[in-house]
Write a protein that binds this ligand. Sequence first.
Ligand SMILES: Nc1ncnc2c1ncn2[C@@H]1O[C@H](COP(=O)(O)OP(=O)(O)OP(=O)(O)O)[C@@H](O)[C@H]1O
Ligand SMILES: [Mg+2]
Length: 503
Amino acid sequence: MLKGQVVSGDFGKIVMRIKADQQVELGELMVIEDAQEKFILQVYDLTYGSQISQQNLEMVSGMNLEEGSFQIMDESLRNYQLAFLKPILTITDSSKTCKKLPSFFTKVRAIQKEDLFFITKPSTPLFLGNVRSGSQVLDFNVFLPGKDVLSHHVLIPASTGKGKSNLMSCILWDITEKDYAGMLVLDPHDEYYGRSGLGLKDHPQKNKVVYYTPHNPPPGARTMKINLTKLKPEHFQGAVSLSDPQRQCLHVYYKKFKNNWIRFLLEEKKIEGVHFHEDTIAVVKRKLISLLDLELEGSEINCKGIFDNVAGENTISEICQELERSKTVIIDTSYFSGALEIMIGSIITTEMFSLYKYYKRLGQLEEKPVISIVLEEAPRVLGKKVLEQGSNVFDSIAREGRKFKIGLIAITQLPSEIPKNILANMNTKILLGMEMNSERLAVIESSPQDLSQDSRTIASLDKGEALVTSTFTRLAVPIKVPLFKDFAKVQKETYTMDDSFLS
Ligand SMILES: Nc1ncnc2c1ncn2[C@@H]1O[C@H](COP(=O)(O)OP(=O)(O)OP(=O)(O)O)[C@@H](O)[C@H]1O
Ligand SMILES: [Mg+2]
C-alpha cells in the first residue's frame, strides 16, 4: 500500500510527504524498495505541510470561519502531512544496520509480513507478541532467543496499568512448556497463579507449575514454611538494615553454632572470648524476632509466621530442584512485609546462585536450564537508595549472574531509581507506555539500540503495545503483546513459521 514519497531530509531524518488518502501513525514501519536493497524505516514524528503561505492560509481560514464555506483549490495537492522517518535496517541478502540513504524521491509503502522474511526462529524461542506497525498488528510472531535473553536480564518498565503483569503472565505461560528455563516468581500481588480467575494453574502442563503460599494452599499447592536452621547471615542482606557490629554479631553466632545460630542468638548464649555490646545483641534480637515473626517465651521460640522450628527442612532445596527441572515456581508473597519478601527471595536466590556456581566449577552448567528471577517493583531491591546501604544478592546477580546462567526480570514503574550501571547490564528491555519523561529518559539512555528519537512514540504507547530493544535483536522491535486470557486459549500449534529478530 503506497503511503508517500521521500521529499527531503538527512540520514536519521528522512522526510516523506504522506499521500492524501493515507493515515500515518507514530511508530509505523515503512518500506522503501530501491534497485538492489530494501530499507525498513520507522515514523517518529508528524507535521503539516502546505504550498500556501502561512499568511494566506490564515486569511483563507478567516474567510472560512467568518463568512461561511470557502474552499482551497486542489486542496489535497496544496495541503498535506509530512512524516519524519528514521532508517532502521537495510535488507539485501541479509539484514544490516542502515548506513545509506535511500534514493531521493522514492515511493514509500506500508510494511507487510513478507518484508520480515530475513528473521529466523531461534532454537530456544521466547514468545513476546506480534510485530506492530503503529497500532496495526501484523500477523507475525516475535520470538527472542530465550536462553540468552533471560540470562542477560530483562527490564520491563512502564507506567501503572500499561500491561506489565499481563506481559509477564504471557511470558510465564510460554516458558512453562519449554525446558530451557526455570522461573522463580516472587508475586507480591498474588496474580500469576490465578487463585481466583485465569492463571498459570490452568496451564496444560500444570505439573511444571509449583505454587507456594503461606495460607490456605489450594489443591496441588504447597504451604510456604522455611526451617529456622536453614537461615544464614547473608540471607538478611537487603532485607534489614544492620550496622557493622550487628552484622558481625550474626556472622559470629553462625560461625560458632552453625544451624542453631538463631536459637542461640535469641537465647543470648555467651561465646567465649567474644564480647558484644549489650545493645547490639538486644537490637539484633529485636530485628530477628520482628522480621521472622517469632515469639520468645522463656527459652521457647514460638513461630508464628512462615519460619518454623520443625517444618520446612527441605523447602529451599526443593525449590532449587524444581527450578533446575525448568519449572515455574510462584511464591505468593502478598501476605509478607516488603522486608520479608526480599528475605525469602534472597534465601532462594542465594542458594540457587551458589548451586549454579558449584555446577560451573564441575563443568556441568552447560546442560542446566537458565534460571530467571522475576522481581515486581524491582527498585525495592535494586534501587539506588537500597544499594547505598549495601549490596544484596539481586545486585550481584545483575552484575555477574549471566556467567552462571542466572538472570533477572525486573518489572518497574520507576526505572530511573535503578543505578545506571545495572540498567546498562539489562540487555533486553521491553518498554511499555511511559508517561513520565524522566523515566523514559533513563531507559532510552541505557538502551541497546538508539532510541533517542523515540521518546514521543514511547509516551504514546497504548496498553499492551511495547518496544523491544535488545542486544539480541537487530532492531528495536515494536510489538503488541496479546491479552493474557486470549493468549492462554490459543493452542501452541498456532505458533507458525514466524521467527525471531536474532542477528
Ligand atoms: N496486551 C494487552 N492488550 C490489551 N489490554 C491489555 C494488555 N495488557 C494489559 N491490558 C489491560 O490493561 C489492564 C492493566 O494491565 P496490567 O495489570 O498488566 O498492568 P500493570 O502494568 O501490571 O499495572 P500495575 O502497575 O498496576 O501493576 C489489564 O487489566 C488489561 O485490561
Ligand atoms: Mg502489575
